[in-house]
Design a binder for this molecule. Structure first.
Ligand code: TEU
Ligand code: CA
Length: 607
């Protein structure tokens, strides 16, 4: 097992505005989606013992932190993002003892473990929500309960407190006859929003977080944590609610208005995050916090991640994975507009140039596979090269890279053709709402949209080898995996890439080692060049007297090296100047001398 030595960044370089730099300043995080990572007991669902059995693979890749998507007790309506007991493990994934074993085995290998914290909402099967249905119970005010609109019949269409739609289709309000009121759920109706205005809610969340940290967990990825503070008026009413001082937005094509402007980055966002930092993390060391932040601007990212404000270490921003669709509808995908992507990343990088920090991701369990989205998975050659090019582009930025399980193998979208192959409620509900109810998209167009952007693309089983179920579960398992294995697992799998010097896996291992070994890559200033070039993503990294040119052709054609990049290599480069390239170094030397880049050719070169 070779794990590159991660250098301790010198105090002379500053990462997020503090000196000494946080331990994670040159770390790389790997996201595990437990349901699809490794099944150890033949039930077709990944589990904790399965993850533990793969820790040597992860240690060899060289990552430093594992982020686990939720493994808590859950009805699995949203694959575990609907939690019914925060302090127990769902039997699907194992037991608390299995979690303790995973923590111990990971720590033995120098791997930290960050858990997924889902506290904007619970499951409707959580004891807190059950209790909250009784208006005389102390938990009565732990959720957003609101009466039907005056003059309407509760439970009937139009009686909802306002016109908000759920991210997962339908109204964001569900009527509860027991309580005689509606409750808010920005996501599925089995995911009621917690009322963070209530200090008892916040106290319970912090106590739970401390319980996990005391158990040895190394931090949290905080699910939609920037939705917890809602914009309410002086009487506590939500926009559009009867009598509210705030007006709701007009309804969209599906018949609902968008809650995000009233729930993203709300008035008490900073207060809640700073309180959490004080109540949970004060006095602790060696932890990492990353907040999932739909609806956050880059300026607010700098504020929230600036250590002087004591909130979060970093955020996941979304503009770069939300922009490539028509009318902001993810089911109407558009091809990559590279100059626009560069402008978005440039905003993110410049906002945290002096203080604050950036996360770097192109994939996760909610996104399609980046090699299919922005690369070319149509042939083996273009798939391998474009996966490397996209990995090089991302990992040479300033910030903390996140590798999503299978991204290091160049795993692709699954290209399902039938609706019954999908499992994700977001896709299935959207199909029903857009095709069958609102009739705003054709079945054919919607199937193409789900094939291109559906979350199940990232959730097919991890491809370990070429056997029947890709080594995810036993080839003779009595039960099929919960979702079909991608048929291309016979070609694309860890066993076939592990020892291949030209594989995507080996390339990612090198990218991670370069970050560990080079302060220039981890902390150097980032500067975009040739911003308008539509094929080549080029930027420089500088630190002290060192300068790195990164130039990546994100197209399948041979293109000219853009002007500013060409100027930086006009003196000619030699193979030792090539830090990493998606072809071999000699090819990169010739390409750069010819002022061109081959299809999906990228290089990081000292200049
Ligand atoms: O995702 C929040 C979120 O914004 C997603 O709805 C995402 O933007 C969308 O699916 C992209 O099309 C988090 C979790 O990552 C997601 O898996 C959960 O379904 C959601 O919250 C609710 O917990
Ligand atoms: Ca299992």
């Amino acid at each position: 097992m070779t794990t590159a030595q991660r250098v301790v960044l010198p105090d002379s370089v500053r990462t997020n505005g503090t000196t000494p730099n946080p331990w994670w300043s040159n770390a790389v995080v790997y996201q595990v989606y437990p349901r699809s990572f490794q099944d150890s007991n033949g039930d077709g669902i990944g589990d904790l013992k399965g993850i533990t059995s793969r820790l040597d693979y992860l240690a060899d890749l060289g990552v430093d932190v594992l982020w686990l998507s939720p493994v808590y007790r859950s009805p699995q309506d949203d694959n575990g993002y609907d939690i019914s007991d925060y302090q127990d493990i769902d039997p699907l994934f194992g037991t608390l003892e299995d979690m303790d074993e995973l923590l111990a085995e990971a720590h033995k290998r120098g791997l930290k473990i960050v858990m997924d914290l889902v506290v904007n909402h619970t499951s409707d099967e959580h004891a807190w929500f059950e209790a909250s249905k009784d208006k005389s119970d102390p938990h009565a005010d732990w959720y957003w309960w609101r009466p039907a609109r005056p003059g309407t019949t509760p439970g009937e269409p139009g009686a909802e407190p306002n016109r908000w739609g759920s991210y997962f289709g339908g109204s964001a309000w569900e009527y509860c006859p027991e309580r005689g009121k509606y409750y808010l759920h920005q996501f599925s109706k089995k995911q009621p929003d917690l009322n963070w205005e209530n200090p008892a809610v916040r106290r319970a969340v912090y106590d739970m977080m401390n319980w996990w940290l005391d158990r040895g967990v190394d931090g949290f990825r905080m699910d939609v944590i920037t939705l917890i503070s809602k914009r309410i008026d002086s009487a506590g009413r939500l926009p559009g609610e009867y009598g509210s001082e705030l007006e709701d937005l007009p309804v969209g094509e599906e018949g609902y208005s968008n809650p995000n402007p009233f729930c993203a980055d709300g008035p008490r966002q900073d207060e809640f995050l700073a309180e959490m930092r004080r109540e949970v993390f004060a006095g602790r060391e060696g932890f990492l916090t990353v907040g999932e932040a739909p609806g956050i601007t880059v300026q607010r990212n700098e504020h929230i991640t600036n250590p002087a404000n004591g909130e979060l270490d970093m955020l996941f921003l979304f503009e770069h994975v939300d922009f490539d669709c028509e009318d902001n509808v993810k089911w109407k995908p558009l091809p990559l507009d590279l100059p626009q992507l560069k402008r978005i990343f440039a905003k993110q990088q410049s906002a945290v140039k002096n203080a604050g920090w950036a996360s770097l991701f192109t994939g996760n369990h909610d996104q399609p596979r980046v090699v299919s989205r922005w690369g070319d998975d149509s042939t083996e050659g273009s798939r391998v090269r474009s996966a490397k090019a996209l990995g090089l582009m991302l990992h040479m930025h300033r910030g903390t890279p996140y590798v999503y399980q299978g991204e290091e193998l160049g795993m692709t979208d699954v290209h399902f053709t039938r609706l019954d192959q999908y499992r994700d409620l977001e896709s299935l509900n959207a199909y029903r709402q857009r095709v069958e109810e609102a009739k705003v998209q054709s079945a054919e167009s919607m199937m193409a949209g789900i094939a291109a952007r559906g979350r199940d693309n990232a959730r097919t089983p991890m491809q370990w080898d070429g056997s029947a179920y890709a080594g995810f579960t036993a080839p003779d398992a009595a039960v099929e995996p919960w979702i079909s294995v991608n048929r291309n697992h016979t070609q694309i799998n860890a066993a076939g890439e592990f020892d291949d010097p030209d594989s995507v896996y080996t390339f990612y291992k090198r990218l991670i080692a370069i970050r560990h070994e080079n302060a220039l890559v981890a902390a150097g200033d980032w500067q975009l060049i040739d911003a308008d070039d539509q094929y080549v993503y080029a930027f420089t990294r500088t630190l002290g007297g060192e300068k790195l040119l990164v130039a990546v052709n994100l197209s399948g054609r041979t293109v000219d090296l853009p002007r500013d990049a060409a100027e930086l290599v006009q003196h000619g480069v030699t193979e030792p100047d090539i830090v990493i390239s998606t072809y071999d170094a000699s090819h990169a030397v010739v390409s750069l001398a010819n002022r061109e880049l081959g299809p999906w050719e990228g290089a990081a070169v000292r200049v």
